[in-house]
Every structure is written in structure tokens, then in C-alpha cells.
Design a protein around this ligand. Sequence first.
Ligand code: ADP
Ligand code: MG
Length: 596
Amino acid sequence: MGMGRGEEAEKGIPRIRPLPEELIRLIAAGEVIERPASVVKELVENSLDAGAREVVVTLEGGGLRRIEVADDGIGILPEDLPLAIQRHATSKVPEGRGLQGVSTLGFRGEALAAIAAVSRLRIVSRVADQPTAYGITHEEGRTGPVEPAGRGPGTTVEVRDLFHATPARRKFLGTESIEGLRVLRLLERMYLCRPSVRYVLRSEGREIARYPATLDLREAAVAVFGRALRSGSFEFRGSGGPGVWVRGIASHPSVSRRGGSGVVTAVNGRLIQEHLVQEACREAYGDLLPGGRSPVVILHVEVDPSRVDVNVHPAKREVRWENPKDLRENLVHILRSRLAELPRAGVPLSLLPVWQRAGREDLPGPLAPIKPAPEGWTSAQTTPFVAPLPEGGEEVPALRGTGGFPSLRILGQVGALYLVTEDLEEPGTLVLVDAHAASERIGYERLGEELREARQVLLQPYDLELTPRQQEALRRHRAELERWGFEIDPFGGASYRVRSVPTLLGLRGRPEQVGELLEELADGGRGVPGDSEFERRRKTVACHMAIRAGDRLDLAEMRRLLQTLSATPRNFSCPHGRPILVRVPRPVLNQWFRRP
Ligand code: ADP
Ligand code: MG
């Protein structure tokens, strides 16, 4: 794809010309430029269409003040520079051919015009065999003259003061930091679509990512998602239906990402946001992954351009398939059969509660009697782990008077997650406590207090490697993280050393969670709609430092957890709004056992 350079030398640089009216009418209309990342996407696509081997992206103010994309592609002839900014003028749709079957990333000739309309735009370009570069500037609706300028072969597009004339648009954007990280995330994905091109990202005067050109998709995936993928992934390939070929890299179930953030889809080298692929991946992995997580899958689809319509989305983020069901089914099948070949030992058992296998509707609510195990499950699989009963059943000291929190007798822990207790004020009432949700709430409230002494200095520092994105999140949030008790030092290259973490409960610290925590901070953190950015970060840290399913607590730990919880504000729900305590009153127990 792109335009072979050898070909250009013979035929000359393809000329830019207006699209015929009948094609303009076919173009999917809509907003193309929404944020700095959309500018970068359009400019980088132009660089790729120009056959660039290297693309250097520079940001100031998260891209709001300045974006520059420089490439070593074929360049633009000086006499075509004014046309490049003109709406619906393109060099990519040969005369007499429709939009069907275009093999370049661009084809509408409207990106530069749309960018010029909301910024101050400057293009400087030099065609490879020409001695001089030429530049042109477009500001406040006026295109200036073409004038000699300085640069080597290739093209530099500079976009300053995005949305300066439309301040209302800026309101829909995140902070500079968030917008900058969005650009990083976009470049990662564009790189994974075409890793044969080298990418460099500079932001606020620093180089923050460098992705080397490689023909090895796995190496590219390692550069973006981290070293765990080098041995923790497999290749796959096969048919996605008539005229559709799929190949790629997929992670072992031990390597996963939250939501769909690990799935990257390229269709003929074009980055696409494809829900169909995300669903197919989730389906293929099934309960090999805990709920809400997806594998890392880099999927390259090669398809005859006439079998797929790329002109359905204004920002070209989606395509229309000739036969989407085929693709989905084939992909599930290919991934499943490769997963089945993996050595069993490398595949962790499902982390999902057994009951979820039968489908969500079958989950017993707190008031429903427990149903028999679904067919095919042995009793060993359905018997939850129960901590041995403490001798004599110890009691948490009476906790009356603090926000109505009950006095509880601890009976044990079930499923290495839920505490099982009895309400002493209402004997016979079973109270179940979600240990994760409880410690998440405690941690969240503590983070609001900025407790430096709540840090745990690790006896054995924890070393880890961070991806460029994780490093960037760390740089941006370092001061805040330190205030919260994290001490994470660079240790050469991508290596970092975690020296301390917050111990929000006085239980154990979680240095091994630091990578995922940074990953999520790079995405802006997780919260509920309406949360400020600070709130989202606070919730994210609380969540990652909290007790997790699988942590077996001893009696002292359970007691400390409940005691702290009783003295914590808003102790009825976790920061994401899920309940912490569930009560099963005696009459309900009676009902379950059909006692009158
Ligand atoms: P499109 O990519 O759909 O053609 P654009 O507005 O993005 O529309 O670009 C208009 C034209 O400007 C392109 O068709 C191409 O000829 C030229 N152009 C833009 N960026 C570059 C670049 N980096 N290198 C070479 N030519 C470019
Ligand atoms: Mg374009």
C-alpha cells in the first residue's frame, strides 16, 4: 500500500486535483477533527500514503498549542501546495475511478482543509529530487503565498492553536495531559497496523516514545504492550471468509487488558475501531479471562479493497464488511483452535465465579435459594473455599454508633473474597462483606487525606519494565503518586524500581499492581460519569491497591478490615457504587430451608 517510490520516479509525483461533484456527494459527511488525536491521525495517514519510512510527531500543550508531523515521504510539488489545503482536492483518486477500491488511507481531500479551518496551518515540503523546499501558511481563513523554505526531502505539517477561534469546542476536550496521552495511544495503534514505519513522539520538549521499524509483529507488540508478550503470545493466521485474510498476534490468557483496550484491528493497514473483532476475541477466550478483560490481539486483515467499504465513517474509523458474520465466526474459530493448542500449564484456571459459567441470569440473588450446580460441574468445583472457623468465633469489638455499622462476629472468608459474618445485634442475620469493595472504599477515603505515613517501604524493591505509555503516565502523575506514598525510580532504559507503595489498610502493599495502575492512569483512570480527573485517578489508585479476589485474609486482617471500615465514611458502597455489605436476615434463611 502507499505509493511505491520507484513508481513515482517514473511517473512523477501524483498531482492534486479536485474530486468530481458526483464523488463529493458520496463522501460520508461529519466531523473529522474533534481533538488533537484526530489531527494527528489525519496527518500521519497522509505521511503513510506518501510512502514515509519515518514519522516524527511533536506536541506542545498536549497538541492544543502545537502539533507537528514530519515525514520523509514523496513530498508535495510547490504548485500543488495551495490545492492541498483546498477542500475535496486529492492526489489519491485517479481520474475516472470511483471511491470503491481506493487503496490509500486518504481519499476525500478534506482533512487538511478541515484542520486549516480550525487552526493556523503551515506546510513545508520538498520533493525528493528537488533542491529546495517550499512552504505555505493558512491562517484566519486566508492562504498565503508559496515561498521557499528549509527542510530535507519530505513534508512537515504544523498545526498551531487548534480551536482557537471556536473556544466552545475546547470544552469537550480533556486536559493537555489527557489529550497528549490520547495521541500516544493513537500512535501505538497506528504503529501496530504498520510496524514497518518508524514512529517518534515528542511532547513538551521530551521524547516520550520511539517505536522501531520492524517486520516482526510480535516485536512491535512488545514495544507497545510490554515484554510479557514476548513469550506470552502466539501467532495466528487463516481465512476470514471469501477474499478476506487474517493474521496476527494474540496473548496467552495470562496477559490481558481491561475493557477492549488490548485489541487492535488493521484492515489493509488502516486502523479501525471494530466492535465485531473485540466481541469475537472475547468470545474466543471465553472464561479463560476474568470478566471485563480482553486479550491483547493485534489483528491484520487483508481484504480485496472492493470487498470492503471504507467510506462509511467521517473519520474513517469504521468499515462496512461484505460479510461480517463470516469474519466473526472465522476469527473465533481460529483463535479458539490456537488457544486449545497452548500448553495447559500456561493457562490459569478461570477466575470467574463458577456460577457465571451458567450465564448471568442464573446468578442467585441474595434472596434466592442456591440452585443445584449446572450440569457437568463436580462438587469440588462448586465447593467454595472457607477459611477454618476461628476458635470459639471471635468478635469484633462492638462498633455501634459509627454510621449505623453493625457489630459483627467473623465466621470466615468464602471464595477468597467475601467475609462471612453474623450480625450480633440481629442474631441469625448473615452479613457478607466484599473484601475488595470494602478495602477500595477505605483506600479511597484515605487518599483524600494525603497520608504520607501510610506508605510501605518494600524490604525487597520491586523491579518492573514500563511501556512508553506507562512511563508517560508516571511522569505526568509523579508528584501526586508520591504524595500518596508511591516511590518509583527510573533504573535505566524502560526499567523502574518500586521502593514504596501506599498501604491503605495496613495490610500488604501491591507493587505488582503498579504497571496496571499506570496503564489505567494513562487512560485517564476509571470512575463514574461526572467524576473529575482527580477523582478518577484517586479511584483508580484505590482500586489497584485494594484487596483482591484471591487474597486469603487471616483473622487479624479480617478484623482490621472491618474495624477500619466501620470508621470510614460512606462505608455502604465502593467508590464505583457497588455494595460492600449484603445482609441475609434469619427469615430468609428459614425460607431457604423451607422452615415455616
Ligand atoms: P486526502 O489525504 O484525502 O487526499 P488531505 O486533505 O489529507 O486529503 O490531503 C490533501 C492532499 O495533500 C493529499 O491528497 C496529498 O496529495 C497531499 N498531502 C498531504 N499531506 C502530505 C504528505 N505528508 N506528503 C505528501 N503529500 C501530502
Ligand atoms: Mg489525508
